[in-house]
Design a protein around this ligand. Structure first.
Ligand code: GLN
Ligand code: ZN
Length: 761
């Protein structure tokens, strides 16, 4: 079958190989450059991206996947869907207006930000109201198409599909935003007809909501919507992209649409391939996302080729396209700059450019004109990963296998533990504490960076951190908090700090991924079995404890958060990796306990974001996640108090899992939502203790005693007062001491006043 399979890409990272976009945008925001120089950098980046994709042998290269901030925000601008509070008279959006939607201004608050499906990318949430109107606010897709065409590249513009756009937004006043569909479609039609007029052959509509549970009335909107859209420009071929999972019952929607091609995410939805080819009408092509766009591992060519060959047999080579599973936005750009990575590990990885190279190679191999040595090289790399002793620790596996079967129950039920802990800790009613981190000054960050670069030695570094700890302890005593923390001054990031000390984690030099706007993160790579070669926090925590008679709380990051914010290995289930991490954390917990630490907090701020995209899959996830969390502290004494922390306010759908986690105390974010959450906990009959956030750490405002007291009274009315703790919403590392000190003084005073009134009542 010597025919070429068409290759394409769904989206390419836009930050630039050295985060050029971040720099250019931030310099512009700071007023140190002008619009034309920012737009120039942006154009250079787009051209570089198009050219490199062309060089890598991709046939259909995306456009309009670039963004100065966020692709959903761009869609908002294209649709002219500007929230009323911005009061913009002109339909077309300026550069500054685009940024204002994302960042707010003095006159109008920014639009909200939300996680893009289950990734760590955040998008700007579209807003809808009964009065929303639409008009072409921006011709970005057309302009970028023309720009690429000038380079001789006929791109495939990418648009967020109308139904996904609506679904991701937020309605005001309980208004059904899908009623706006009709009035939105003319803008899509206008963009499509302009693209067709400029010579576009393909356009890609992203409709990832098809991998989620959809209400029947929304499901029914797909067919008429796409029937209408394809009419505008009959010559323009439409590729409908689903990604991030299986489409399940929505397959009938996908295959009913009058589009030329549909995309299946084989990284997560490969099991559906037979059903897709079965249901595919003869007029439709199939795009197979055979290379995982969410992870950084080399693709195993053998099963990928099996899938491709299966599809070729069923539908023929001319109806097949190859692509990554989703946009490559979620992986770093290139391995070229990772010379410092261990050689073996380097050989196991593929970032965006390497992934595109894989697609091209797979297309050639499947088309019968490939270089067989590429297949061979792939086999060798994968084999070396499989047999690597660096990624396997047999002793750990043996222990874990035994331990896995044992119970993760604590010795006694909560009531018994509460009594014992109460005796041991001797805390007042409504005890006060913080979530862990204290302000990180520029000087502190510089000291840490210099230590990392070996510009200062460990003695000097340790002295410095100890000094910071001593200051923090003194301050907490002075303010009158009841359970103290050491302040986390040694941590740059709550996952990286632990990853760097555990075996099985690796760190890239330049593996940046966009998180939101100009913010990028460099996720650790969990490449092998995780274990703990030495203590990680015991020194700092016991040092802090040696300075005070009050209890100091040990601070650890939980297994789910560790895997959520890393690239995880794909050769074993995430649950197994989580369990290995739990085992390592448990070693740390036991060692802290042995060293006299009576309160230990295991943070799990990412537990909720790990929820699968389908509600039917949630119980299985929550099951292993809860088990991994509990495994962190099995075997600790009843007297040792285990805390956890989660910073969000959406608990109703996971409250049963929170119960099952059985932490003695859970601290949560409640200040912005005005304690709405306490009802969830009380209605669910939550038995253990709850720490309520009464200080909004995301705001520079110092809350008054009265405002915090008011919040606390609400809590005391809803929950038994002997089960309430008082704390800020989250860690204080991004705040300044000048804010934190008075805010904590007020917090302690608010607790004291409510305490007094309870006693006199
Ligand atoms: N202990 C961490 C801190 O205080 C928790 C951070 C978080 O919840 N994201 O910074
Ligand atoms: Zn938090």
């Amino acid at each position: 079958m010597k025919q070429k399979i068409l290759t394409h890409n769904l989206g390419f990272p836009r930050i630039g190989a050295n985060r050029e976009l971040k720099r250019a945008v931030e310099v512009y925001w700071a007023g140190r450059s002008d619009e034309s120089s920012l737009l120039h950098t942006a154009k250079q980046l787009r051209m570089e991206n198009w050219r490199s994709q062309a060089t890598l042998g991709i046939d259909l290269i995306p456009s309009n996947d670039f963004s100065l901030y966020d692709q959903v925000l761009d869609m908002t601008c294209i649709l002219g869907n500007f929230p009323e509070r911005f009061q913009w008279e002109f339909p077309t959006v300026s550069l500054d207006q685009r940024f204002r939607l994302a960042r707010g201004s003095k006159q109008a608050a920014a639009c909200e930000m939300k996680k893009w499906f289950d990734t760590n990318y955040h998008y700007i949430v579209p807003e809808f109201s009964r009065d929303s109107t639409f008009c072409v606010g921006d011709l970005k897709p057309v302009q970028e198409f023309e720009e690429a065409l000038e380079l001789g590249i006929r791109t495939k513009p990418v648009l967020i599909g109308p139904l996904t756009y609506l679904a991701l937004g937020k309605s005001k006043d309980n208004f059904d935003r899908f009623e706006l569909l009709e009035s939105m479609l003319p803008v899509y039609e206008e963009i499509l007809s302009q693209l067709a007029a400029k010579g576009a052959e393909w356009v890609q509509f992203d409709e990832p909501i098809l991998v989620q549970d959809l209400a029947q009335n929304i499901r029914e909107l797909f067919l008429p919507t796409y029937q209408r859209l394809v009419k505008v420009a009959p010559g323009l071929k439409v590729l409908l992209a689903t990604y991030f999972g299986e489409v399940r019952e929505n397959l009938e929607i996908v295959t009913s649409l009058p589009v030329q091609a549909v995309h299946l995410d084989c990284a997560r939805g490969a099991a559906e391939l037979p059903a897709w080819v079965e249901a595919l009408p003869a007029s439709m092509s199939l795009s197979l996302g055979v290379v995982n766009g969410r992870n950084i591992w080399k693709t195993d060519f053998a099963p990928a080729l099996d899938r491709i060959e299966f599809a070729v047999r069923k539908i023929g080579v001319e109806r097949l396209l190859l692509a990554p599973s989703c946009s490559l936005l979620h992986v770093p750009i290139s391995l070229r700059q990772e010379g410092k990575l261990a050689r073996d590990l380097h050989a196991w990885l593929a970032f965006a450019e390497e992934k595109l190279d894989e697609i091209h190679t797979l297309a050639d191999l499947a088309g019968g004109n490939g270089d067989l040595s590429a297949l061979h090289r792939n086999e060798i790399a994968l084999q070396s990963r499989k047999v690597s002793t660096r990624s396997r620790n047999e002793e750990l596996r043996g222990k874990l296998a035994k331990w896995q079967k044992s119970s993760v129950e604590r010795h006694s039920p909560f009531d018994v533990r509460k009594r014992l802990q109460g005796k041991k800790l001797g805390l007042p009613h409504l005890p006060t504490t913080t979530i862990g981190s204290f302000p990180q000054t520029p000087e502190l960050r510089a000291v840490r960076a210099n230590y990392k670069k070996s510009q200062i030695n460990s003695v000097v570094y340790e002295r410095y951190i100890e000094q910071e700890i001593a200051t923090a302890i003194a301050l907490q005593e002075q303010v009158g908090l009841d359970v103290l923390v050491h302040g986390e001054f040694e941590r740059n990031d709550m996952v990286e700090y632990f990853g760097e000390q555990l075996e099985g984690f690796a760190f890239t030099g330049n593996g940046w991924v966009q998180s939101y706007g100009t913010r990028c993160v460099k996720p650790p790579i969990i490449f092998g079995d995780v274990w703990r070669p030495h203590a990680m926090t015991v020194h700092w925590t016991t040092y802090a404890q040696s300075l005070t008679k009050l209890p100091v709380k040990g601070m650890l990051t939980g297994p789910i958060t560790m895997i959520q914010w890393s690239f995880v290995r794909d050769d074993q289930p995430r649950s197994e990796t989580a369990m290995q991490i739990a085992f390592a954390i448990r070693d740390e917990v036991l060692e802290l306990e042995k060293n006299g630490i009576k309160v230990i907090q295991i943070d799990e701020p990412a537990l909720r974001e790990g929820l699968p995209l389908r509600s039917a899959d949630a119980p299985a996830y929550l099951d292993w996640a809860v088990r991994a969390f509990r495994a962190c502290f099995t075997g600790v004494s009843d007297e040792t108090q285990i805390h956890t922390h989660m910073c969000y306010s959406e608990f109703p759908d996971i409250i049963h899992a929170i119960k099952a986690m059985d932490a003695d105390v859970i601290s949560i974010e409640t200040s912005r939502s005005e304690m709405e959450l306490v009802d969830t906990f009380s209605q669910a009959g939550y038995q253990n203790e709850v720490g309520l956030g009464i200080y909004d750490v995301h705001s520079p405002i110092i809350p008054t005693v009265e405002s915090m007291e008011r919040l606390l009274r609400k809590a005391v009315d809803a929950l038994p007062s002997d089960k309430i703790w008082v704390n800020p919403d989250c860690g204080l590392k991004t705040r300044r001491w000048e804010e934190v000190t008075p805010a904590l003084q007020n917090l302690v005073q608010a607790a004291q006043q409510v305490r007094n009134s309870l006693q006199s009542a």
